[in-house]
Ligand binder design. Structure first.
Ligand SMILES: Cc1cc2nc3c(=O)[nH]c(=O)nc-3n(C[C@H](O)[C@H](O)[C@H](O)COP(=O)(O)O)c2cc1C
Length: 373
């Protein structure tokens, strides 16, 4: 029986334990370049079995929030190198979450102030985070998107490929493709955001075409054993809807099964909310999705997330329900979460007011255990 603290491997990546740091946007990298504060933050959390960085846009067009670090500027690659070196020096493993937000953006963040792009011209109706001229941060409505021309889609697949290459150049152990939470890949997958009538819309096979093209381009570039993907079959985040998620995600899982990926990362329920939330007319069955993946030959790690704590994570791994568990808010507040779980020690509370933007406060100043004692 596997235990939460046992090592495992996700494809070519060796994990010292099954406690994974979930991707967490923190808006502390002005001009899209990782800095020394970001180095300290990730280094503090290097005891995780695997760190998945915050969402990292592969192009400026893929950017939807102010001050997130990208992968498309040479300075950003240099900045990330310092992060990956620091984590590796501490014996940790780190992949970056490669990201295109699609319609969840604002004209002020887009190249030449243009409209954000999406499968169809349907607004997300959600919020994004921008910096005011006086330097303060603010949540504002997302801008109305325009539908991508068919001829533009190969270019975006290519952007993901280049992002994956840049990630390896920056010293990452691999990448997680961001296919979750209502961003571009999820927008293609789900019928509420995709009303295309060409080969990227309509049937399940057509709506899944974009994600599979991205997966194929990225795995060809850096090797499938270094590539994971994050999916959120039912989350309503960023205004995304799907009337029939089960057959869609069973199909995606089956298609991924033959592609040799390192891990599949599934958000169960509404991201950051109700684990039992579902879309469609029956509760989503995650084990059915996993079975479709395994039946198709998928051997990657099955990574689960959303609202787990020490006990539920132990139970998930020990029962074989999952191979590893990702923690978001607990890792924000507890840099030494692995040690605290081992000791069953009390946990720091996360301060929501410092999640997005700001400096060291609420970022690198959460105390580790020895500092508490
Ligand atoms: C501040 C914050 C930023 C987040 N940023 C991202 C992100 O960049 N990419 C992503 O896939 N999920 C993101 N999430 C979602 C988390 O990865 C995770 O799914 C969520 O917090 C639920 O896990 P938890 O209950 O362990 O916190 C974010 C969540 C929070 C609280």
């Amino acid at each position: 029986m596997a235990k939460l603290f046992d090592p495992t491997s996700f494809g070519d990546i060796q994990l010292a334990n099954r406690i994974v740091m979930a991707p967490l946007t923190r808006n502390r990298s002005p001009r899209a370049v990782p800095n020394d504060l970001n180095v300290t933050y990730y280094e503090q959390r290097a005891a995780a079995g695997l760190i998945i960085t915050e969402g990292t846009p592969v192009t400026q067009q893929g950017q939807g929030y102010a001050d997130v670090p990208g992968l498309y500027l040479p300075q950003a690659i240099d900045g990330w190198k310092k992060v990956t070196d620091a984590v590796h020096r501490k014996g940790g493993k780190i992949v970056t979450q490669i990201w295109h937000v699609g319609r969840v953006s604002h004209t002020s963040l887009q190249p030449n102030g243009g409209a954000p792009v999406a499968p169809s011209a349907i607004p997300a109706g959600s919020k994004t985070y921008v910096i005011n001229p006086d330097g303060s941060g603010a949540f504002v409505d997302t801008s109305d998107p325009r539908a991508l021309e068919l001829s533009e889609i190969p270019g975006i697949v290519e952007d993901f490929r280049k992002g994956a290459r840049a990630a390896i150049d920056a010293g990452f152990d691999g990448v997680e493709i961001h296919g979750a939470n209502g961003y571009l890949i999820d927008q293609f997958l789900k019928s509420g955001a995709n009303q295309r009538t060409d080969e990227y819309g309509g049937s399940i096979e057509n709506r899944a075409r974009f994600v599979l093209e991205v997966v194929d381009a990225v795995t060809k570039e850096i090797g499938a054993g270094r590539v994971g993907i994050r999916l959120s079959p039912v989350t309503p985040g960023n205004g995304i809807t799907e009337t029939n998620p089960q057959p869609l995600f069973n199909y995606v899982a089956e298609q991924l099964g033959s592609r040799g990926l390192a891990f599949i990362h599934v958000i169960e329920g509404a991201t950051g909310g109700d684990r039992n939330f579902s879309q469609g007319d029956k509760p989503f069955d995650y084990q059915e999705m996993k079975a479709a993946y395994r039946k198709a030959g998928g051997t990657g790690g099955w990574l689960v997330n959303n609202g787990y704590d020490r006990e539920s994570a132990k139970a998930a791994v020990e029962s074989g329900y999952a191979d590893a568990v990702a923690f978001g808010k607990l890792f924000i507040a507890n840099p030494d979460l692995v040690q605290r779980f081992k000791d069953n020690a009390p946990l720091n509370e996360a301060d929501k007011s410092t999640f997005y933007g700001g400096g060291a406060k609420g970022y690198t100043d959460y105390p580790a255990l020895e500092a508490v004692a």
